[in-house]
Design a protein around this ligand. Structure first.
Ligand SMILES: Cc1ncc(COP(=O)(O)O)c(C=O)c1O
Length: 396
């Protein structure tokens, strides 16, 4: 076969639900020379990634590592390691990813009890107590930042719920990590996972994961090994933390670590810490609330109440008579700008617009507001100018 022409992907502005724009420094890190996964120089990189992940997750958990695979690998790793066949698992469901947590828990053999809230609204901790109905529960699981609806879940109160029902607390932080405070230790979270392609602004391919000492203890008393060999944390810890028999000094091969992806994550985490966590979270809040002001000034409706809105992802209802997919195609063709369509209950009825990590800039927000107005005008709907409200909300 004659090989095709070399790759030449278009330059896009990525304002969908992820992947988000990648900083050029991260792309440069990916291109550094590949070395062996047991090379002493690589062990130094691993240790630095671990401590930077601890800082961003807000935890002292030793087992804080990037799993090989996308966010779903983190979800699956958390479930298959914590859940054994017959264990009861309470899962909060107010969007697509809560539903996916249920599917993964069921495949791990868990007896899933769903705790529902309306799509576009947050979960109520008390509903988990009611759902437990006095029976033993192994895991309470919920999504911190529901990417399908743009809801930020307040984690306060869930440790108490988990304690009341005797459970471990598992949190999906795929879209929250690096965009808003996750603070695992302050919230008493036992296991959390994320993805690299959202607010860490790295390409997709790794799932940062953190597991508390209490959950590690639970792993050590499992009746049988996790059903997945590839995602078995007991085995993977022997590579990332070193083997117990060597006192942590020798690393055991499990699978070949994706070396260059870990370089990319290393640089992405350096960027997060250089900016500072508080400054980064404040940037996401400031730009996204100005963006929301601009959308509302155009008379567009944001279905999620302001107090539950996720800064890094905004759900926007499609006005009556507007072709949702045509607007997205228009933005891509006219501005090389990607936004997301609705998922599940919001499919065809809403857009999901991301302001994540390196992509959360005044320039991107302004571009998207103007581009949306133009795309509506091309479908015959004249919307008011969003920019005065946007600029005013930015503070001048
Ligand atoms: C909240 C949430 N959980 C899990 C996932 C799955 O992650 P991935 O697509 O990286 O496997 C996503 C992806 O968008 C997500 O937004």
């Amino acid at each position: 076969m004659k090989p095709p022409a070399p790759l030449s992907p278009p330059h896009r502005v990525l304002m969908g639900p992820g992947p988000s724009d990648v900083d050029p420094r991260v792309l440069a890190a990916l291109a550094q020379p590949t070395i062996g996964h047991l090379d002493p120089a690589f062990i130094v990189v691993m240790e630095q990634v671990r401590s930077m992940l601890q800082a961003v997750f807000g935890t002292a958990n030793q087992l804080t590592i990037p799993m090989s695979g996308t966010g779903s690998a983190g979800m699956e790793a958390a479930m298959v390691n914590l859940v054994e066949p017959g264990d009861r698992v309470l899962v909060g469901v107010n969007g697509v990813f809560g539903g996916r947590l249920c599917a993964v828990a069921e495949r791990a053999g868990g007896e899933v009890v769903q705790v529902q809230a309306d799509w576009g609204r947050a979960l109520d901790p008390d509903a988990f107590r009611v759902a437990a109905a006095g029976r033993a529960v192994k895991v309470v699981a919920l999504v911190h930042a529901e990417t399908s609806t743009g809801v930020l879940q307040d984690l306060r109160g869930f440790r108490e719920v988990a304690d009341d029902v005797g459970a471990l607390l598992l949190v999906d932080a795929v879209t929250s990590l690096g965009g808003c405070a996750v603070d695992l230790d302050a919230h008493g979270v036992d296991a959390a996972y994320s993805g690299t392609q959202k607010c860490l602004s790295c390409p997709p391919g790794l799932a940062p994961l953190s597991v508390s000492a209490r959950a590690v203890q639970a792993l050590s008393t499992r009746r049988r090994p996790a059903v997945s060999w590839y995602l078995d944390l007991a085995l993977i810890a022997r590579y990332w933390l070193g083997t117990e028999e060597s006192g942590g000094t020798a690393r055991a091969y499990h699978h070949t670590a994706p070396i260059n992806m870990i370089y990319g994550l290393h640089e992405a985490l350096r960027l997060v810490l250089e900016e500072g966590l508080e400054a980064r979270f404040a940037r996401h809040r400031r730009i996204s609330s100005a963006f929301a002001a601009g959308l509302q000034a155009m008379d567009l409706v944001l279905p999620v109440p302001a107090a539950e809105r996720l800064p890094q992802l905004t759900l926007v209802a499609v006005p009556q008579g507007i072709d949702e997919a045509r607007v997205r195609a228009d933005l891509l063709a006219e501005h090389s700008l990607e936004i997301g369509g609705g998922l599940g209950a919001f499919a065809g009825r809403a857009w999901r617009i991301g302001l994540m990590g390196a992509g959360c800039t005044e320039g991107n927000a302004r571009l998207c507001l103007s581009a949306l107005r133009g795309a509506h005008a091309r479908q015959g709907l004249a919307l008011p100018d969003p920019l005065p409200a946007f600029v005013a909300a930015l503070g001048g």
